[in-house]
Design a binder for this molecule. Structure first.
Ligand code: HEM
Length: 508
């Protein structure tokens, strides 16, 4: 995709910015893989809960009528017997906080599962974005261990999976985690282990690692999987795994076959959404990605460009020099529209999948850079790009000629300020446009899922702000999550970058 695309930019960041500089929160929840944020560390793991939650959320899908699928409806379904245990509740507690207007809770549930799998030894999984959060529960239909094989085959057929895909998906899921005593006392006896108060009995000997031991231990008879060696009535894994004469499970003795089969099945599981929901293309990392880019109208009348840029799959090079270059408001090249941008050795991040690490380096054109990028408000900016010199001549990084576009119709003025939670926003709007509406778009939450409110900004009593801009002002105490400022002009909407952590001075 082409930057800027606020939704895909945000999903790309949550998907790929895992460790180190500018890392997002999901990976911390499963680092290390045995991490469990709610006490009892030996028996449970967030990684297992996040994967199980994604499956149970999806498992209501009906391929015939198109209802159900990965849509975060699990939050209305937690009290059903088929959703026994507190894993869903605990998962939602963590993952809700990562959702926002661009990343639905359902997208974050998918990302949580992908992060857990990829980071804990699993293969890279294709991720598409655009899931829509349900507002009510779906029909029940998550398989339960005491049900017979015929009903499990029927349940997976309804979800869109064949019998061998059912065997695969159960094995891929059950390479993580286990069964706890509390929700399943008939399957797992009470535990006296002070380190494992949930009494969790694991599906395989490596319960926080993606590997094919779920299959090899089943095949060689050493498995302790409580859904294989437990009471016959609830041995659903035993019935499922053996349902094709062990053909599928035997193929998983080859670790590469297991990994590639699981990569496909997990991706299909996560892409199972209610009919009518349109998912994006598979989101790949942008090779050169600006982030947090915004314009600020300063009190001296100049405009400041703030932001950072990530160079994917790149390592440190002390000889590297990077320039940001830009064109003026009218798309014309301009003298002096070029500046060296800054980097320090802590501006490095990493991403893990397939047991391989990818390194990225970041450069800044903001407070942490040596100097700000500023320009005159009359000439302003319309697009920018980078020139990267690794020591052997400059290469252009401009999205294959498209450059990185930025609008200058609306931006925050530096005179904006705060008194505790009361923000006074001074909004600079270009004088040569006639806005039909100026409003804030503010993120909010209902039933653990994000939604957007709008707050209209009243027109200014008098005009000010220099030759090119008028200042509109509003005070608001409710902007405690992400927000943008939008301006409707004709049938176009201009919108600022998504502001969340902007630092305001205190109002005088
Ligand atoms: C017939 C189908 C299935 C049945 C009957 C089944 C049953 C169960 C049961 C009884 C538990 C124990 C839950 C607890 O004690 O908290 C469990 C855990 C788990 N299941 Fe399944 N499952 C099935 C399919 C799947 C699939 C398709 C996936 C994912 C692809 C999956 C992923 C998990 C994970 C990761 C756990 C571990 C949770 C933890 O340790 O907290 N399951 N399953």
């Amino acid at each position: 995709y082409t930057w800027p695309n606020p939704q895909l930019d945000e999903l790309e960041s949550q998907r790929y910015d895992r460790h180190g500089y500018n890392s997002r929160a999901l990976s911390a929840g499963v680092s290390p893989c045995k991490n469990f944020l709610f006490g009892d560390t030996a028996g449970r793991a967030n990684a297992a809960d996040w994967i199980r939650t994604a499956y149970h959320d999806m498992a209501t899908h009906n391929i015939v009528d198109g209802t159900g699928g990965l849509d975060a409806s699990i939050r209305f379904e937690e009290d059903r017997a088929e959703n026994a245990g507190d894993g869903f509740h605990l998962t939602l507690l963590v993952l809700t906080g990562e959702s926002n207007r661009y990343a639905s809770l359902a997208d974050v549930l998918a990302l949580g599962a992908i992060t857990a799998i990829e980071q804990c030894g699993g293969p890279k999984i294709s991720f598409r974005g655009g899931r829509v959060d349900a507002t009510v529960a779906n029909n029940p239909g998550v398989p339960e261990p005491q049900q017979d094989l015929a009903s499990h085959i029927a349940a997976f057929t309804r979800q869109g999976f064949t019998k061998s895909e059912m065997i695969g998906l159960v094995a891929c899921g059950h390479t993580f985690g286990g069964v706890q005593h509390d929700p399943f006392p008939n399957i797992v006896p009470e535990s006296n282990d002070p380190n494992n108060t949930s009494g969790n009995v694991r599906f395989d000997s490596t319960f926080v690692t993606f590997d094919n031991k779920i299959a090899t231990e089943f095949l060689d008879g050493t498995t302790g999987n409580p859904l294989v060696v437990g009471p016959e009535e609830t041995n659903s894994d035993k019935r499922i795994f053996a349902s094709d004469g062990n053909v599928t499970m035997s193929s998983f003795a080859d670790a590469a076959v297991f990994a590639s089969t699981c990569a496909d099945l997990f991706a299909r599981m996560l892409d199972t959404v209610p009919r009518g929901v349109q998912l994006s293309e598979v989101i790949e990392p942008l090779p050169v990605k600006p982030q947090g880019v915004y314009l600020l109208l300063l009190e001296d009348g100049s405009i400041q460009l703030n932001g950072e840029v990530r160079f994917w799959n790149t390592s440190e090079n002390p000889n590297r020099k990077i320039q940001i270059k830009w064109k003026d408001r009218n798309g014309n090249p301009c003298d002096g529209c070029s500046k060296a941008i800054g980097h320090t050795i802590d501006q490095v991040s990493t991403f893990v999948a397939n047991n391989e690490e990818t390194t990225s380096v970041w450069y800044s054109f903001n407070q942490s850079a040596t100097e700000f990028v500023t320009f005159d408000q009359h000439s302003s900016i319309s697009k920018f790009w980078f020139e990267v010199d690794e020591g052997s001549g400059a290469q252009v990084a401009d999205q294959n000629g498209a450059s990185f576009e930025i609008q200058d119709v609306v931006m925050l003025a530096d005179s904006s300020c705060r008194i505790t939670s009361n923000l006074t926003l001074d909004i600079a709007i270009r004088k040569d446009v006639i806005p039909s509406r100026v409003y804030l778009k503010a993120d909010d939450f209902a039933n653990l899922a994000p939604f957007m409110r709008t707050i209209d900004v009243p027109p200014p009593a008098s005009t000010s702000g220099g030759d090119s801009y008028n200042i509109w002002s509003i005070s608001d105490t409710s902007l405690n999550r992400g927000w943008t400022i939008a301006v409707d002009v004709g049938d176009k909407t201009y919108e600022t970058a998504y502001l969340q952590h902007h630092v305001f001075g205190t109002c005088s």
